[in-house]
Design a protein around this ligand. Sequence first.
Ligand code: ACO
Length: 323
Amino acid sequence: MRYSRIAGTGSYLPEKVLTNADLEKLVETSDEWIRARTGIERRHIAAPDETSSALAEHAARRALRAAGMTPADVDFIVVGTTTPDRIFPNTGSLLQQRLGIHGCPAFALETACSGFVYALSMADKFVRLGESRCALVVGVECLSRIVDWTERGTCVLFGDGAGAVVLTPADEPGIIATHLHSDGQYSDLLYFPYGPSQGFDRLRAGETGGIAMRGNDVFKVAVRTLSRLVDETLAKNGIDKHEIDWLVPHQANLRIIQAAAEKLDLPMEKVVVTVQQHGNTSAASIPLAFDTAVRDGRIRRGHLVLMETFGGGFTWGSALVRY
Ligand code: ACO
């Protein structure tokens, strides 16, 4: 049987940093509140001319370099993002254009914070089936564009960034398994209020608004669901929780991450946590954290890594990876 493996990783954060102290000047909040409730200390904000495909290009080029590949080798592109440059062309095609590649399939999928894990799962299947020998998988967001900067309950949480991996064929896994889920019944707990088929009339009429969330409810469902997801991933793959070398969770909130670590009996030193540095970057957060820990030498070849995510939809999923 043929498998896929992660041949290289890359990530990118925009230059501009917005600290909790900066936010204290924008809304009625405090560094203390934000740190205590979320763990976040700062987030990065894309420059006015930087779009999701621009952030994705930086991360993709870095991942390709790390894999010893060039854009000319890429034969499949999938991008997870909730903040595409435009409704169309899709952000995968725009990234393809930026990389100067022609003809290979390129698309974007939109499953909020689960975007990267969904994208990884798609790419894994194409590589396993022999339809791709060099798949570029990206998670990217410019959430600063869809946040209501007057709403303290949400604007302190999010940031911009991109992360990418390159998948190539392998005789051994690699990507051992991915598990994907969704339940649309929770669509009112976390959403963006406008969209193309609902119409932008209220926006045009001057109504403002950004990411809307019932934070407390999201928190509870997230912790419960992630706990079930961990059980499912371990059971379906016959893995004991003590075999996991690293947990790379979606970086939404330090308290949600701690709950997942407890569930696995993992000390926090075995959990990659980057949320302090960039806030919740939705689809970008797992590949950003993964790349950080690969580059600083924590995650090494042969380590068993569990990625897990939960986000708007709700959507959730995991990837069990032998790096
Ligand atoms: N600064 C100061 N006070 C604030 C702020 C702020 N930025 N935001 C809210 N508050 C106030 C509220 O108004 C409320 O005041 P009140 O008691 O006078 O009414 C008080 O703080 C408590 O508010 P809660 O919403 O109950 O605070 P909570 O402890 O639940 O923390 C948070 C809020 C951080 C959003 C938390 O619910 C959470 O992390 N939820 C998970 C949601 C999440 O991570 N969403 C991201 C997308 S989904 C995902 O990625 C998993």
